[in-house]
Design a protein around this ligand. Structure first.
Ligand code: NAD
Ligand code: MG
Length: 397
């Protein structure tokens, strides 16, 4: 599938909204906006429970509309924004409204499949979207890419690997592409044996060696499910088949991904591991803007290393590839089961190695079906979570 590359009008300032402004990607985006007050006007910001931070961001950026997913936070948000003209909303429909409001550019940085419906609202009005929320492509890739084409929306990948590929892939001549290679840091347990992984704690899992990220994606990086989700994300974003998407462990996280061409050329994008670089790329696209990320110093880094991923120690990677090969509802089931398993691991209910075990059990139990509509996706997501919770309960006994 070819990415819809379409130019924005270059009239400044650009109007922007952030779905999930209080998270790791959201706060990095806010940081870039605050450094460039003349270039952007903020339309909407959304969060879930961190009302204080959301209100602070809304005041600093003079947002037009601010909302929280959790309806119970309406009153606290109202109080935190008293004395301003900022409009306030709460509940799931308020998040949809944040996406629907006219903004040239929308950052989709809600975590998990909760980001699917709001991201689709921005797609439906043909917006330019900085897509961080990979789970929406994993669970509804075909439907989402269909909507992008139908509504003339533009998806700009924020995920560092996909952003790298976006920067070096020749979209006009896909026949010259041989394969793409997604690099992976290998996470905090890259050198751990399975025995060692048996007893790792949530604190160890979220302590990523190179990147500072939200808790869910940090655990996904530790299990390498993150790379599995990224494999599926890449399949939907770029004109390459599943068998032509390679994964390569590269512990320094300097090369963010590569495209190999039929003539033997390999084009890569490099940078320090700071998400403000890919976010800035999507914010300014098709131009470039300054980002405060540390400049890359290759002489200081001196060495770049590479290893093959170990599918035995990191079964999530195998499960993700198999679910992409299986198609139908399998990737949506993989994603939902993983979200439930990761949240139970973070709560201390199950062990780290129970994450792939839960995902595999749910995938095996599920009778996979075609996903024709978003309602089908949401139904499968819900059912897979029920199966996952049953599997988790058994492991807790
Ligand atoms: P995070 O947990 O730090 O932030 C998540 C945001 O989503 C918060 O603003 C939270 O309030 C909001 N949110 C959570 N549940 C919600 C719900 N049910 N409804 C509405 N809003 C909700 O996560 P993050 O690390 O910023 O990651 C966000 C997305 O970006 C994920 O899909 C992740 O895979 C992707 N991503 C993150 C990074 C990174 O460096 N953090 C890199 C690449 C991709
Ligand atoms: Mg990534």
């Amino acid at each position: 599938m070819v990415l819809n590359v379409q130019k924005l009008p270059s009239t400044a300032p650009k109007t922007v909204s952030i779905l999930g402004s209080t998270g790791s990607i959201g706060t990095s985006t806010v940081d870039l906006l605050l450094r460039n007050p003349d270039k952007f006007n903020v339309v909407a910001l959304s969060g879930n429970s961190n009302v204080d931070l959301l209100a602070k961001q809304a005041r600093a950026l003079d947002a037009e509309y601010v909302c929280v997913a959790d309806a119970e936070n309406y009153q606290p948000l109202k109080e935190a924004l008293s004395g301003t003209n900022i409009e306030i909303g709460a509940g799931p429909n308020a998040i949809l409204e944040a996406a629907q409001r006219q903004a040239d550019w929308v950052m989709a940085s809600i975590v998990g499949s909760a980001g699917l419906a709001p991201t689709l609202e921005a797609v439906k009005r043909g917006a330019c979207i900085g897509l961080a929320n990979k789970e929406s492509l994993v669970c509804a890739g075909d439907l989402m890419m269909g909507c992008v084409t139908q509504h003339g929306a533009t998806l700009l990948p924020v995920d560092s690997e996909h952003n790298a590929i976006f920067q070096v892939l020749d979209f006009d001549r896909p026949e010259g592409i041989e394969k793409i290679t997604l690099t992976a840091s290998g996470g905090p347990f890259r050198t751990f044996s399975k025995d060692q992984m048996q007893t790792v704690t949530p604190q160890q899992a979220v302590a990523h060696p190179n990147w500072s990220m939200g808790a869910k994606i940090s655990v996904d990086s530790a299990s390498m499910m993150n790379k599995g989700l990224e494999l599926i994300e890449a399949y939907h974003l770029f004109p390459v088949e599943e068998e032509n998407i390679d994964i390569l462990v590269h512990p320094q996280s300097v090369i963010h991904s590569m495209v190999s061409y039929v003539d033997g050329s390999v084009l890569a994008q490099l940078g320090s591991p700071d998400m403000r670089t890919p976010i800035a790329y999507t914010l300014a696209w098709p131009e470039r803007m300054e980002a405060p990320s540390p400049k890359l110093n290759l002489a200081e880094i001196a060495q770049l290393n590479f290893e093959r991923p170990d599918l035995e120690r990191f079964p999530c990677l195998r499960l993700a590839r198999e679910s992409l090969q299986q198609g139908k509802s399998a990737p949506a089931v993989l994603n939902a089961a993983n979200e439930e398993a990761v949240s139970s691991f973070l709560e201390g209910l199950i062990g780290f190695l129970d994450i792939p075990a839960v995902v595999e059990e749910v995938l095996e139990r599920f009778e996979h079906q075609n996903l024709e509509t978003i309602e089908d996706v949401l139904h499968v997501d819900k059912k897979a979570r029920i199966f996952a919770r049953q599997s988790i309960e058994k492991k807790c006994q």
